[in-house]
Write a protein that binds this ligand. Structure first.
Ligand SMILES: CC(C)(COP(=O)(O)OP(=O)(O)OC[C@H]1O[C@@H](n2cnc3c(N)ncnc32)[C@H](O)[C@@H]1OP(=O)(O)O)[C@@H](O)C(=O)NCCC(=O)NCCS
Length: 367
């Protein structure tokens, strides 16, 4: 992995900077000597400032290796270190870093550590182009540390019992992580959308959309898809790819939206729910191609022109069909399932899809 090393990071209230040997007194006075702070740390409380100085001497020498990430936290306008944040381990195989931190007790409860952690996460993903994951852990009894991770936008992954050691002995450990794809920005989603749908807002059907009508774009990371999330027992329904006559399919589509019929052409993949051999729900499976997003390569597909013929609605047919399609896309090794242009975002949310963009006839809108 390429490395940027420990450079100064500024946030709204903080400056994270490299340590100097002269920080030993502040470091010792503010946290390494305080048993309340070190209670859940994997290292023992320091018994003298000399010990802290020795450690600092070592830490400072590590900066020569560009791959070291270890910051002293200071408040803007005051150069004294009040805490520490660092990359404490690396797993190069899976391109993952673990972060550890601690903070002077007098600074607790002010949102300082979430601010530092958020900044370090962005710094690392920005500087380390290959980095895919950042993790952090805490002793389950140290709930405050979990709040820091949550506030910094990390995802709780679970608890592994007695998996780490600190001054209290073996402890149950809560694991948090953030992966690169969690950090895609609205601008990056807009770029992705415009790449998939060139000149979209100049198209006639978009310009003719009713004033004030807002459509959603939705996404689901297929590795996260839980096919048990929506399960209905539908014994009289058969699901599968449709390879019957196109005009029969067109008749069903016409009952839902006559404007869609032209989209159902010979060269596409269709998926349907059949009741007594009749088409009750249908969709196209669109391949949106492979795209570069925030340094990642995403293979994207998704169900489009989704409909349930009116007499079969509200029985769970449509959503169960989309659940099947989503599972198929996952099994075909797509990375994301994408819902293009929908007004039923609440419906798709039941399967775990989330809205990434909204637009009206004039362009993207805030939400
Ligand atoms: C949207 C549509 C496909 C839903 O089909 P359906 O087969 O009736 O939907 P389901 O029965 O599978 O719905 C499953 C669940 O979602 C709920 N639901 C249905 N429509 C919903 C909506 N618009 N918003 C939120 N929830 C909805 C149902 O109440 C049901 O809830 P439950 O199982 O938790 O009790 C259908 O109404 C339709 O064809 N509409 C016109 C075309 C359209 O808008 N397609 C979407 C284009 S992207």
């Amino acid at each position: 992995m390429n490395t940027v090393g420990t450079r100064t990071i500024e946030t709204e209230r903080l400056v994270l900077r490299r340590y100097r040997i002269e920080d030993a007194e502040d470091m010792y006075g503010n946290w390494t000597s305080d048993e309340e702070v070190t209670k859940f740390m994997p290292w023992p409380t320091h018994e003298s400032v000399d010990f802290t100085r020795l450690l600092l001497t070592e830490w400072v020498s590590y900066y020569e290796d560009g791959g070291t990430y270890n910051w002293g936290i200071t408040l803007k306008g005051d150069d004294h270190v009040i805490g520490n944040i660092a990359v404490v381990s690396k797993n190069e195989n899976i391109r993952s870093f673990e972060i550890g931190y601690c903070l002077s007790r007098k600074c607790w409860g002010k949102g300082i550590m979430p601010e530092a952690l958020k900044a370090v996460i962005l710094y690392l993903f920005d500087g380390e182009k290959d980095l895919n994951q950042i993790t952090a852990t805490h002793d389950t009894r140290n709930e405050k540390s979990g709040h820091v991770m949550q506030k910094a936008g990390m995802h709780f992954e679970g608890v592994i019992r007695e998996s780490k050691l600190n001054a209290q002995g073996l402890h149950d450990t809560a694991y948090y992580s953030v992966i690169r794809s969690d950090l895609v920005t609205r601008k990056q989603y807009e770029d992705l959308f415009m790449e998939m749908h060139q000149n979209f807002f100049e198209r006639e059907y978009v310009r003719n959309t009713e004033e004030g009508k807002v459509a959603s774009e939705m996404l689901l990371r297929l590795q996260e898809f839980d096919s048990s999330k929506y399960a209905k027992d539908l014994p009289d329904v058969t699901f599968g790819f449709y390879d019957g006559p196109l005009d029969v399919l067109h008749e069903a589509v016409k009952k839902v939206n006559p404007n869609w019929v032209k989209n159902f052409t010979e060269d596409m993949r269709f998926y349907c729910a059949l009741v007594e051999g009749k088409i009750a729900s249908f969709c196209i499976i669109d391949d949106f191609g492979t795209h570069e997003v925030n340094g990642m390569t995403w293979k994207i597909a998704g169900p489009g022109c989704v409909g349930t013929v009116p007499e079969y609605r509200d029985r769970g047919l449509g959503l169960t069909m989309i659940s099947h399609v989503t599972k198929i896309l996952r099994d075909e090794f797509y990375d994301y399932s994408y819902i293009f242009y929908t007004y039923v975002d609440k419906w798709y949310e039941k399967l775990g899809y989330t809205t990434i963009l909204k637009w009206d006839k004039h362009g993207f809108v805030d939400f």
